[in-house]
Design a protein around this ligand. Structure first.
Ligand code: 5AD
Ligand code: SF4
Length: 474
């Protein structure tokens, strides 16, 4: 499997603990209020927007303050043990609030709900409602059940559910960029990964509903969409009425054609599935961003085989060459897991040399965390000692820091088209926005009348490891 973690700050732990409210003042119109926190991948953040929409229909308004909510929801992640631990801690805090406010309902959504099922409700008595990723439509019924003191669990996985007809309510929106879910589930059986078990079988969403959602976003002023799926390149939708099908390259083109002023991104790609058609479509349209998140996981072919990634080191690196040949200006990022079962020092060196070869612009780096029920947990021993995992991870991070620095420094003196997303957090006299390659730029507003959602040309004068600093060119 491949996860959808685009290298913005939304990745995993970086957003943990933050809470989002779908609607602002509108919430005063509702008598009942809910509070939601999202953890993990962007798919979860996107799902929370579907949940917000379902609850809205039921008369629940969102609040940013959990103290005023009658319903607290946590949309959870199971990808690594640490993610689950953080969420458990947070749940315990909410339990304390419930002691003072017995009517408060606490619900757990997402991957942890799916993985632990009724255990959270029965044995641990941590929550009142447990809902898996394919069962959000049943939330109103489950809330009603929980209100009468019944056990409220629905963790049924579906082969069809894509929530195609539900208009997500944009949470914490900057009004410029939005996620659009195009498929759910994952059929890859990467041996380390819990996702096929928590998110079920792969299914693609109706292309017409995707296009309608994107068109609506554009009409409302949004200028960038990120098409989301665990493995977007295996998107395939068959239209029963026209007897035609749409693959990912075709969908990408259809979305790009909505307007040249609408940027299109996508995540995540599995190296085995990203086709030349997708690469040529990216090259053909200026508004398809030149950025690919291409998780390698390991640079050693034996480890890749144990991980069931279905490609070798050489095959992966050839894919990187292909991307660069078709789009020389395309940025590439990756995910790396270090310390997988039986990984030797020599295997670890292969990961470092693969990173050198690929010259990643950025990377998400983890040490292996065994997940119950996965193929690796069943078949292999988690035998790399923790201190070795940590040391290898440090070496990987250090190398990536150098590669990122090189990539960012290389941009000094270049001019990029930047979509303004909002004010810089550190300095309200500056705008922030990203270029096509997904790099964040910060630059002074000066006396120009630009606003979020506008495109500007920015000349890069300086760079840190993760930001380009520049100036608007008139
Ligand atoms: N341990 C550590 N990292 C993992 N990932 C997925 N499963 C595990 C695990 N068991 C990483 C992969 C994936 C990213 C989202 O999380 O690198 O691409
Ligand atoms: Fe997203 Fe679930 Fe995977 Fe976590 S385990 S990254 S929430 S799909």
């Amino acid at each position: 499997m491949n996860m959808l973690e685009i290298p913005t700050k939304t990745h995993d732990e970086s957003r943990q603990g933050e809470a989002y409210t779908p609607v602002g003042e509108e919430s005063v119109l509702f008598s009942k209020k809910f509070y939601i926190e999202s953890y993990g991948c962007q798919m979860n953040f996107s799902d929370s927007e579907i949940v917000a929409s379902i609850l809205h229909q039921e008369g629940f308004g969102a609040t940013k303050h959990f103290e005023e909510a009658s319903l607290i929801l946590l949309n959870t992640c199971s990808i690594r043990e640490k993610a689950e631990q953080t969420i458990r801690k947070r749940l315990t805090e909410f339990r304390k609030t419930k002691e003072k406010k017995p009517d408060l309902l606490i619900g757990i959504l997402g991957c942890m709900a799916e993985r632990l099922k009724a255990k959270l409700l029965e044995e641990e008595k941590l929550v009142d409602i447990v809902v898996g990723p394919d069962a959000y439509r049943s939330l109103p019924t489950l809330i009603a059940e929980a209100e009468t003191g019944q056990k409220a669990v629905n963790v049924l996985l579906s082969r069809e559910e894509t929530y195609a007809d539900i208009s997500p309510i944009r949470i914490d929106s900057n009004g410029v960029t939005a996620f659009v879910s195009i498929m759910r589930g994952c059929n890859n059986m990467c041996s380390f990964c819990v996702v096929p078990f928590t998110r079920g079988r792969e299914r693609s969403r109706n292309a017409d509903s995707i296009l309608a959602e994107v068109q609506d976003l554009f009409n409302r002023g949004f200028k960038e969409v990120t098409l989301l799926g665990q493995n977007v390149d295996s998107y395939h939708w068959y239209n029963e009425s026209t007897k035609t099908s749409v693959n990912f390259a075709e969908l990408l083109e259809k979305v790009a054609l909505i307007s040249p002023l609408l940027r299109v991104r996508f995540s995540t790609s599995h190296p085995k599935d990203i086709t030349d058609d997708v690469l040529f479509t990216m090259a053909k349209y200026k508004n398809i961003c030149k950025y690919i998140h291409l998780p390698i996981q390991s640079g050693n072919s034996r480890i890749l085989q144990l991980m069931n990634r279905t490609y070798s080191r050489e095959w992966y690196l050839a894919k990187v060459d292909r991307i660069k040949a078709i789009m020389p200006d395309c940025a590439i990022s990756t995910d790396i897991i270090t310390g997988f079962c039986s990984e030797t020092e020599a295997d670890h060196q292969d990961t470092l040399t693969a990173m050198q070869y690929a010259q990643y612009d950025y990377a998400y780096m983890f040490f292996y965390s065994e997940r119950p029920g996965t193929l690796a947990a069943k078949r292999f021993t988690d035998d790399v000692p923790e201190e070795v995992k940590k040391r290898r991870l440090q070496e990987i991070i250090q190398l990536q820091n150098e590669l990122s620095k090189k990539s960012y420094t290389n941009d000094i003196g270049k001019t990029f088209e930047v979509l303004i997303e909002g004010e810089s957090k550190k300095d309200s006299t500056h705008w922030k926005g990203r270029n096509s390659q997904n790099k964040m730029l910060v630059f002074p507003k000066k006396n120009y009348t630009y606003k979020p959602g506008d495109y500007v040309q920015v000349y890069v004068q300086d760079a840190t490891q993760a930001t380009l600093l520049g100036e608007i060119i008139a």
